[in-house]
Design a protein. Structure first.
Length: 636
């Protein structure tokens, strides 16, 4: 088969040609199903590992292409961000020591990745969302220069027709806008695969959907984004919004591109592919000379390149996959809900848990949909993402049960049964399921460890220091090999000193600001300065653009120079504010910011990103940094 590169300009004739190939591929797959050419009676498992790369300051390192080049191994590939890396594990027959073989291979791949990353001044982190990632890390300069990613960004942004609005409410609230698809790169997952025969596919897929919430509840690891505590598995909400191509002006119902789905599968995998073609416009295309129907009619295995490419741009949390092993075509079910981390053994345990319950339920129920309503499965999934082990579910036959009791009383015994039936070694079965049991009994998921660590550091250091400490602790504890249920909480000292915590302005800038508008009265400024004990108040417009700065000296001068009987408190702020104040960007190096403050003889610096006010630094922050440096020097 001759194949050309993915097209950046995908429209008109190119789109029609790709759509024709896509429709042929679906017809070819139907013929494969009807003729019995798909592999049956073989159960394989597999996984894909996504990780983050961080620099010495514990912030995203744009090093993935450099690291992959140094590795020179096809097991490694890029993800969307230059600060991410993906590793593909070899498929294993679901039997014997398959799980420990997966663990050994993953440990080996990670060890090589860590060595290569270290040569580029970077470290590897297994986590669903990197605590130290910031919006400033998500520009197009941080995207892997791959035509597919560039084409996806152009197509998704064009379909949406405006900026991406992200709104997530948990313990805290996050509301941001972004102008490209790179917000997706905040997420990293551990995706596990389960091979299915064609005849059993519908029931197995539905079982995977039923398990999405209950399994996720025991595996959450992504509670923090941009310093805010949101969902137990914030990836779920973030990913859906990050690649949502629906126009906000659209009035009719439509399915998001990241989806749990709206119904059970009734007969075959064809239902999913047909729905995806009908509902989701092709974003990228590829020229292919393969006539997939002709290949099937000739008894050959087709690549189904167009179908696989389109399938890769529709992000079902439970995804159907077509693949080829040793020349034989097969179907797989991909579980995309599990986060990366906290450790290798935690991840293999998560996979073992899912594989075992999948196998057991498939043996017990010929049609799981007779025992669980789809809406309950969907609600369970969202409840698990929001609340983790604190969630409550409606389980089979309308049983209401907590996430932890369901895992301990029902799912773990099922996993034991399913792994035993598959002839997985007793040692593997007992070792990995024990990790899950301890995690659920203690409640110490990765998400809980993260939240408890931040809570323990509250009131100590800056927000940036605490997030740095969290990331440094993750790296150190992952290297120990102990599962997360045995981890000690992160402590501020894990951050590694002032050199890592105060490199860039955004690491210590104040973000909880009080601001005024230029038509507000000076009286408001006076009260805000008194209430919050600040000497400078930024002035912004309704779009949060910085328009000026009011200092206490300007207020004092107004009050002193006002004639008797004149009510200075009613003077509009715009009259006394300093317009176009000196400002800095969030990624500016600390030494440069100090130089700017000294050059212009100012006591504070508004921090502006893309024209909008995002923070403030004052001389007090720099005094704190100096104190940290002095304390470190004295302790040497």
């Amino acid at each position: 088969m001759s194949t050309k590169t993915i097209q950046n300009e995908f429209r008109g004739e190119d789109r029609r040609r790709f759509t024709q190939a896509l429709l042929k591929d679906v017809s070819a797959l139907e013929r494969l199903l009807a003729s019995g050419m798909l592999e049956e009676g073989v159960r394989r498992i597999g996984a894909e590992q996504e990780v983050f790369l961080v620099d010495k300051g514990l912030h995203p390192a744009l090093a993935s292409t450099e690291v992959i080049a140094a590795l020179g191994d096809p097991h490694y590939t890029t993800e969307l961000g230059l600060f991410q890396l993906e590793m593909n594990l070899e498929p294993q027959v679901f039997s014997g020591d398959c799980l420990s073989r997966m663990e050994r291979q993953l440990e080996d791949l990670l060890a090589k990745a860590r060595d290569a990353a270290a040569r580029s001044g970077a470290s590897v982190v297994l986590t669903g969302i990197l605590p130290t990632i910031r919006k400033t890390d998500l520009g197009l300069e941080s995207m892997v220069p791959n035509p597919r990613y560039q084409a996806l960004n152009l197509a998704m942004t064009a379909l949406r027709g405006r900026e991406y609005d992200i709104y997530i409410k948990g313990v805290d609230e996050l509301r941001i806008t972004h102008d490209n698809v790179m917000v997706e790169a905040c997420n990293s997952s551990f995706q596990v695969h389960f091979q299915s025969g064609a005849k059993e596919f519908a029931n197995l897929y539905n079982i995977a959907q039923a398990l999405a919430g209950p399994v996720l509840a025991a595996c959450t690891n992504s509670p923090i984004l941009f310093g805010r505590q949101l969902w137990s598995e914030t990836r779920i909400a973030l990913f859906q919004q990050a690649v949502d191509t629906r126009s906000p002006m659209q009035l009719r119902d439509s399915m998001p591109r990241v989806t749990f789905g709206d119904r059970w599968v009734r007969q075959s995998v064809i239902e999913l592919y047909r729905e995806d073609i009908a509902r989701f416009r092709s974003l990228v295309g590829v020229d292919s000379e393969e006539d997939s129907i002709a290949r099937v009619l000739g008894g050959e295995t087709p690549e189904l390149r167009a179908l696989r490419l389109h399938n890769g741009t529709v992000y079902r949390w439970t995804r159907a996959c077509y693949g080829i092993t040793d020349g034989k075509p097969h179907l797989r079910i991909e579980n995309r809900v599990l986060p990366s981390g906290p450790t290798v053994i935690d991840q293999i345990a998560n996979g073992a848990f899912w594989y075992g319950v999948m196998n057991a339920l498939a043996s017990r129920y010929a049609d799981i949909t007779k025992h669980l309503e789809f809406d309950h499965a969907k609600r369970n999934f969202l409840a698990a993402a929001r609340e983790g082990l604190s969630a409550r579910f409606v389980w089979l036959d309308r049983e209401e049960i907590s996430a932890s009791r369901l895992a301990l009383d029902k799912l773990l015994p099922l996993a034991h049964e399913g792994l035993t039936a598959a002839k997985v070694s007793d040692a593997d079965r007992d070792r990995y399921l024990a990790v899950i049991e301890k995690r659920v009994r203690t409640g110490r998921t990765g998400a809980r460890w993260t939240v408890d660590s931040l809570s323990g550091m509250q009131g100590h250091g800056t927000p940036g220091e605490r997030l740095n400490a969290l990331t440094a602790a993750m790296i150190a504890r992952q290297s120990s090999g102990a599962p997360v249920a045995e981890w000690e909480p992160a402590r501020l000292g894990d951050a590694g000193g002032w050199k890592h915590n105060y490199v860039r302005v955004e690491q210590y800038m104040l973000t909880d600001l009080v601001t005024v508008h230029e038509d507000d009265p000076v009286a408001l400024v006076v009260h805000l300065m008194e209430w919050h004990r600040v000497r400078h108040i930024p002035v912004e417009d309704s779009e949060h653009r910085l328009v000026g700065l009011v200092g206490y000296r300007s207020v004092l001068h107004l009050l002193k120079e006002s004639p008797p009987g004149f009510d200075a408190s009613m003077v509009p702020v715009g009259t006394i504010m300093k317009r176009d104040p000196v400002s800095v960007g969030p990624t500016m190096h600390t030494l440069k910011a100090i130089e700017v403050m000294r050059r212009y003889n100012v006591g504070c610096l508004p921090v502006v990103h893309l024209g909008r006010l995002v923070g403030m630094v004052t001389v007090d922050e720099f005094v704190h940094i100096a104190g940290e440096l002095l304390e470190e020097k004295l302790s040497e």
